[in-house]
Design a protein around this ligand. Structure first.
Ligand SMILES: [Zn+2]
Length: 259
């Protein structure tokens, strides 16, 4: 394998890791923000229920006070009945009393209906309380975890950047510029050629090109995938078993050993 290609594979590992860390540092706070929005929405729904409960209670207080007013009116009218001397007046007062009693019955029915609504709202509030508590607990734990992970990622990223810079200094300018150009456009600049395919874009190689790729010597120019443009490397240790004659340490294993 071309010596630069081997170094580019290591560089790509650093680049992929740096990108993963950067993406995680952006994604985690976004997830926390989503949980925050959800918790706020649930708290809003709960507040609506609490507000409706308060309205029902205020309504019943008014109804109870109206009942008392009607009872006082009945009491007053009864006294008028006792003092009345004209039959027509007695009849009129008794009408008033009957009317007030009717009003009290209506108010008491309305009060019962309000109590039923309160019961239903209280059940809704219990569900809302639980949902809000769960959302807040989720938010708190995700928020703490995110802060912890992002802080760790910052340190990891700084370390990867140091390794990246050191690795780039080892690679020839031409290889590096091809790599940078493709990596910028495609996310990665180097791809493994395995089982006659580019593992990045899955394009099949023509047999002649495949043979050429497998039998290159180290000084030959690096080959790129005709479809995606990535620099290709071939790892005999990972090629189809029937073609493998002797055990060869895989390039990945060798790189890991060397790190
Ligand atoms: Zn390709």
């Amino acid at each position: 394998m071309h010596p630069d290609l081997e170094k580019l594979i290591v560089l790509q590992q650093h680049d992929v890791e740096a990108r993963r860390l950067r993406e995680e540092m952006v994604a985690l706070p976004k997830q926390v923000a989503q949980l925050q929005t959800k918790a706020a929405a649930l708290a809003g729904q709960r507040a609506v229920v609490v507000d409706l409960l308060a309205k029902e209670e205020a309504l019943r207080r008014r109804q109870e006070s109206d009942v008392k007013d009607q009872q006082a009116k009945i009491e007053k009218t009864r006294k008028k009945v006792e003092g009345a001397t004209v039959a027509a007046h007695v009849t009129a007062f008794e009408h008033e009393i009957a009317f007030a009693k009717g009003e009290i019955a209506k108010l008491e029915d309305a009060e019962l209906e309000s109590m039923e609504r309160t019961e239903e709202l209280e059940a809704q509030k219990r569900v809302a309380d639980k949902a809000v508590a769960e959302a807040e607990a989720n938010l708190a734990s995700a928020s703490a975890k995110s802060a912890e992970t992002v802080a760790a990622d910052k340190l990891l990223l700084a370390a990867v950047e140091v390794k990246r810079t050191a690795q780039r200094a080892l690679i020839g300018e031409t290889a590096l510029s091809i790599y940078d150009r493709i990596a910028k456009a495609k996310g990665t600049g180097v791809a493994e050629a395995l089982n006659q395919k580019c593992m990045a874009c899955q394009m099949m190689f023509r047999p002649q090109r495949w043979n050429d790729l497998r039998n290159r010597d180290n000084d030959a120019e690096m080959m790129t995938c005709e479809s995606c443009g990535r620099l290709l490397y071939y790892d005999p240790a990972r090629d189809s078993p029937q073609r493998k004659v002797v055990e060869v340490e895989s390039i990945a294993a060798r790189i890991v050993r060397g790190l």
